[in-house]
Design a protein around this ligand. Structure first.
Ligand code: GCW
Length: 723
């Protein structure tokens, strides 16, 4: 690690002025973590001596992109052009490529076979008698990923003298899911409209598409589903497929494949058929012809994502066929072309009286082993929905014969939309590191996802994108960290979310330790803070109806019982919580035996899941010795206090970064503090009306009546309408 140059913001400013540079000029966030701003002089000097020339091919589009990225990155970080060369003419060249594309790389005789399509090695070597840094891959894409990694080392101020890095992704399909409608709306999107300008496609290929691909490639994402899982049939018409093909062309050099969410009943809507029954030969033929048409336009098309028989979407069950019948029919059509199906397990039905948390498992577990080899079942991280906290989904570990992808929600539908600062790394890490115990201790969700637990080669991770037309892409600077951490964890699900936060802060804001440390701390605590001020101790789904913004634990207005907060918390005069033990819905027995026993036992259940698994009395003694009621109030209050501290932390960091981004974060934290207080007060006010208990001493009463909180409405909340 290179020592940081400065100890106070003033010194940096003075230095910047002396150098004539303006590192603190306003930034709008568009550059994400790929800012490549001039490094501090000592660092720049250090790296300049280790990047004297660049040897990189340009005979394929991906090679050109790789070369361009290195030139751009080095120029920006070091403040001078690094000359291109064909051969090594001096010490400390950077050489990038594959044995096939570069004679110099071939002559290093590194074993690249095991690197596969995406892997790479970064190593200090000697070439023609000169010290050099080699970024070596088996395929062009690996070299591009390696180039991004190398630039990251510089951007984050790492030592590069004794490099011997080997990287291969642990997960094959690292995919964003856009919940974008063709009319430009983004379901659960809080960063503006859809970035796909369908109307102007295919003729106008906005430069932003390239920037999007580049940003994704920089963190290893290699697939994108362009349209919402609540899909219409139009995307599969010839007109739209041309548009899709144009996007695929833009993304290809960056190793990003295009996938589409499809509507299961498309053969009826745009094919003129009377049925979409997956066992009907005409339906099968229609999908085969459609797949042929797609692959003619897009030879590397990825495949389909399907939400079927869920929340009103059509599906095979409309014809008394199973999810496997539906998935396999599509998989048959795609298989000859190498395509895959991602079939979602997010199914539940209001007409099913069973606990909603149990329904996906009930439906999919019996289908294990019945899916074609090119089908993955895509499972949300938790059994209910994308809540601030839920236990991991019991399907992980329970379908050994089927490759399971996990689906995370990067967009903050349930976590304060764009304005709340909630870093999702700890949430993702908590799920990935959860032990399913499926094959005894050490059967982590990460091992289900990377295929190592049950020996699957086809593996994947999906994240619901938080990207829109806002200049900063994600609705706030800190939301960019959630896109970033998703990509990094999809590449390697065992990485630490703290380490990822640190590299992101360094690239996005500053390498100054006096800034990095408190900001990383703030990020790492932010998810727990949100859990505390929204839904502590295993509560979930207490957000306002439909739009999911703000507290509404009282709400029972939704048409469907399992969309109502009251369904989830079950508070009454005696106590609170959803009894999922053996004396309740018995969801506990969907987990492997040791976990089922643990969750079934009130005393052994981790308190963070307490009210998810148990309905307990308000006066139940918690581990702290306090009553449940006391702890509930304390957690809600803690959440608010944490946000207050986050805001204070940020206020102390003025001057370390540009004013524009500083000010927006400061303003958003003010909103968050106000709304955390609102969450606390409204929730406590409501639960107090049920428990009838006085607030514990020293805890403030809500400043408003419960009626006031209940009366608030939110017309035109973003991300939701009655589309
Ligand atoms: O959480 C719910 C969201 C819906 C979403 C659904 C799903 C795309 O509120 O907006 O629909 O999940 O994942 O299918």
């Amino acid at each position: 690690m290179i020592p940081s140059l400065r100890s106070g913001a003033t010194l940096l400013l003075v230095l910047a002025m002396l150098l004539g540079a303006a590192p603190l000029r306003a930034e709008d966030g568009y550059d994400l973590w790929l800012r490549y701003r001039l490094l501090a002089p000592e660092q720049a000097k250090f790296y300049k001596n280790r990047a004297t020339e660049l040897i990189a091919g340009s005979s394929t589009p991906t090679q050109s992109v790789t070369r361009g990225e290195l030139l751009r990155g080095l120029q920006g970080l070091l403040g001078r052009d690094v000359p291109l060369s064909d051969s090594v003419t001096r010490d400390n060249a950077i050489i990038v490529g594959t044995p096939r594309s570069s004679a110099l790389i071939a002559q290093l005789h590194l074993d690249t076979q095991h690197l596969g399509h995406d892997g790479y090695v970064i190593r200090n070597v000697v070439v023609d008698g000169h010290a050099a840094t080699a970024i070596v891959a088996q395929e062009d894409m690996g070299a591009l990923y390696g180039a991004f990694h190398f630039l990251r080392l510089l951007e984050t101020g790492q030592a590069i003298d004794h490099l011997d890095l080997h990287e291969t992704p642990r997960v094959k399909l690292r995919v964003l899911n856009h919940w974008d409608y063709l009319n430009g709306q983004v379901e659960r999107g809080y960063a503006g409209a859809s970035i796909w300008d369908w109307w102007k496609l295919p003729d106008w290929r906005a430069p932003r598409y390239t920037d999007y691909a580049r940003a994704n490639a920089s963190i290893g994402i290699n697939g994108t589903v362009l349209d919402n899982v609540n899909a219409g049939a139009t995307i599969l018409t010839s007109t739209y497929l041309q548009k899709v093909a144009a996007l695929a062309d833009v993304f290809r050099p960056y190793g990003i494949r295009v996938y589409l969410s499809i509507r299961f009943s498309s053969p009826i809507e745009i094919g003129g058929l009377k049925t979409a029954d997956p066992l009907d030969p005409q339906v099968q033929a229609w999908w085969q012809a459609k797949a042929d048409e797609i692959y003619k336009l897009i030879p590397d098309f990825g495949g389909f994502l399907v939400k079927a028989n869920s929340e009103g979407q059509p599906g095979p069950e409309d014809y008394q066929r199973s999810h496997a019948d539906g998935a396999n029919m599509l998989a048959n059509a795609l298989a000859p072309h190498g395509g895959i199906v991602m079939w979602r397990a997010f199914v539940y039905s209001a007409s099913n009286p069973e606990d909603r948390a149990k329904q996906a498992y009930d439906e999919f577990k019996p289908l294990d082993g019945r899916f074609r080899a090119n089908v993955l079942v895509q499972v949300k991280n938790g059994p209910v929905d994308f809540q601030p906290r839920e236990p991991f989904h019991p399907l992980f570990g329970a379908m050994p014969k089927t490759p399971l992808m996990t689906e995370f929600e990067i967009t903050k539908e349930y976590l304060g939309f764009a304005t709340h600062l909630v870093y999702l790394g700890p949430l993702f890490e908590e799920v990935l590191s959860a032990d399913t115990m499926a094959h005894g201790k050490g059967s982590m969700v990460a091992k289900v996802i990377d295929g190592s637990l049950d020996g699957h080669a086809l593996t994947g991770m999906a994240g619901v994108a938080n990207i829109g037309t806002d200049r900063d892409w994600c609705g706030s600077d800190f939301n960019q960290a959630n896109w970033y951490v998703f990509g990094r964890l999809a590449w390697n699900p065992s990485l630490s979310s703290r380490a990822i936060a640190e590299e992101w802060v360094r690239m996005t804001f500053s390498n100054d330790q006096a800034f990095v440390k408190p900001v990383v701390e703030m990020m790492m605590g932010s998810r727990e803070a949100a859990v505390d001020y929204m839904t502590p101790l295993g509560l979930l789904h207490l957000m306002g109806p439909g739009h999911h913004y703000g507290p509404a634990p009282w709400d029972a207005s939704e048409s469907s019982a399992d969309w109502r907060p009251v369904y989830y918390h079950r508070a009454n005069r005696q106590g609170i919580g959803f009894d999922r033990s053996r004396s309740g819905s018995d969801a506990v027995d969907q987990y492997a035996a040791p976990l089922a026993a643990q969750f079934n036992d009130l005393k052994q259940t981790p308190e963070q899941y307490l009210l998810y698994f148990h309905h307990i009395g308000w006066d139940y003694r918690m581990r702290s010795g306090h009553t449940l009621w006391y702890e509930l109030v304390a957690h809600y209050t803690q959440g608010v206090d944490d946000v207050k501290r986050m805001r204070q932390t940020w206020l102390g960091l003025h001057g370390y970064i540009d004013e524009q981004r500083y000010e927006q974060t400061a303003a958003f934290l003010t909103i968050q503090e106000k709304e955390a207080q609102w969450w606390r007060d409204a929730s406590i006010g409501y639960f107090q009306s049920i428990s009838g208990l006085p607030l514990p001493p020293a805890y403030a009463s809500p400043p408003q009546s419960l009626q006031y909180y209940e009366s608030l409405t939110f017309p035109y909340a973003p991300g939701f309408s009655s589309w």
